[in-house]
Ligand binder design. Structure first.
Ligand code: NAD
Ligand code: DAU
Length: 352
């Protein structure tokens, strides 16, 4: 049995689905179901006794303590977070609350549970913290990609809150001996990605005949990784990662935002052409830049490749095609998540 937090969000639900498709080991899935959490993502698991869903907060020490005592997991994987940079700029407080204070309470509950385990259970136990490359800050065009030894220089309330949580996780290993692992991953894309993030937003808006908003000059660079590859890397680190270590995860796929959006438009032109015969690229609109916008992220994933033999299975070309097809086949999913609350967000971010 493992305990996963945030398993109804984008990466967490992909992880839970992948795990249960390959393994008989059960999962307790603790998720608060914020706007970003969606039980529809896990519909395929309905009636599957290996998936135990619990709605709740990682910061609720009584609840987490009870779950740990009841289910005796051999590992906790912490995906739960507020994850959208733009939202952290509009309102940082929830980011501080969940990503820092919530992770602290989770660590405290896990430490008490781990301390009470018999010696063999203590040795086998793992706390895996899922983090981001954004903690390293921004790179110039010619700087080498982030290695695990790169200094932390977070620039947004989101990345600062994730950096703080990484530091707490590290401290619980050094101070209390908690067997922790941390992963720092680049930008994911794939099924169940909430349409506030660039790739699903562009697909969703393109199909709805809306504008495709590009911040600033669109030359900001991100490294893109197909979500199933992130999940396989986490499984690998959980199995064989060295205690207390951090592992960078990335796709070796650096792309400028405008290039990503043009690729999406070309793919949609091919798979679902516009009725008027024009390209979706005509919908591209340059809008006001994100404050403090990081110019470039790039991940050196050499350590996880050398130490643990992990490599991504998808290139950007194969992963993005699968993604576009998934969104075309699952338009109802996008309709369902773009509720009233979603429309309020879009109004605030792009119109107000
Ligand atoms: P997401 O926003 O899609 O999902 C977050 C999930 O956490 C949601 O289901 C939400 O309901 C849940 N949650 C939020 N607050 C909670 C709380 N207090 N208690 C319990 N559950 C709570 O995020 P995502 O994109 O799936 O990211 C998952 C993790 O991976 C995050 O920690 C994020 O920082 C990290 N990460 C994301 C990316 C990416 O490209 N999306 C890349 C690297 C790392
Ligand atoms: O690098 C990992 C991070 O990737 C994760 O830690 C975050 O949780 C995840 O949200 C993501 O952060 P980004 O800020 O890079 O992702 P986002 O999809 O919001 O934006 C990608 C790029 O596209 C970024 O340079 C901003 C730009 N952008 C985004 C939106 C939503 C636009 O130009 N227009 C948009 O409308």
């Amino acid at each position: 049995m493992i305990l996963v937090t945030g398993g109804a969000g984008f990466i967490g639900s992909n992880f839970v689905l992948d795990w249960l498709a390959r393994d008989s080991e059960a999962i307790v899935n603790l998720d608060l179901l914020t706007y970003a959490g969606n039980l529809h993502n896990l519909q395929a698991l309905e009636g599957d006794s290996r998936h135990i869903f619990v709605r709740g907060d990682i910061g609720d020490a009584d609840l987490v303590t009870r779950l740990l005592a009841q289910h005796q997991p051999r590992a906790v994987i912490n995906f739960a977070a507020e994850s959208h940079v733009d939202r952290s700029i509009h309102g940082p407080e929830e980011f501080i609350q969940t990503n820092i204070v919530g992770t602290f309470h989770l660590l405290e509950s896990v430490r008490a549970y781990w301390n009470a385990l018999p010696q063999a259970g203590q040795a086998d136990f793992r706390f895996l913290h899922v983090s981001t490359d954004e903690v390293y800050g921004s790179l110039n065009k010619d700087e080498p990609a982030f290695k695990e030894t790169h200094c932390y220089q977070p620039n947004s309330p989101y990345s600062a809150s994730k950096a703080a949580s990484d530091h707490l996780v590290r401290a619980y290993h050094h101070t209390y001996g908690l067997p922790v692992l941390t992963t720092n991953c680049s930008n994911n894309y794939g099924p169940y990605h909430f349409p506030e993030k660039l790739i699903p937003l562009v697909i969703h808006n393109a199909l709805a005949g809306k504008t495709l908003p590009i911040y600033g000059d669109g030359q900001q660079i991100r490294d893109w990784l197909y979500v199933a590859d992130h999940c396989s890397a986490i499984r690998r680190v959980l199995e064989s990662g060295r205690l207390g270590e951090t592992y960078n995860i990335g796709g070796w796929n650096e792309k400028a935002n405008l290039e990503v959006v043009n690729t999406l438009c070309a793919m949609l032109d091919e798979l679902q052409p516009r009725a008027d015969g024009k390209s979706y690229a005509e919908q591209i609109t340059f809008v006001k830049d994100r404050p403090g916008h990081d110019r470039r992220y790039a991940i050196d994933a050499g350590k996880i490749e050398k130490e643990l033999g992990w490599k991504p299975a998808e290139t950007f070309a194969t992963g993005i095609r699968k993604t576009v097809r998934w969104y075309l086949d699952n338009q109802q999913w996008a309709q369902d998540v773009t509720s009233g609350a979603y429309r309020d967000w879009v109004q605030r971010q792009y119109v107000a």
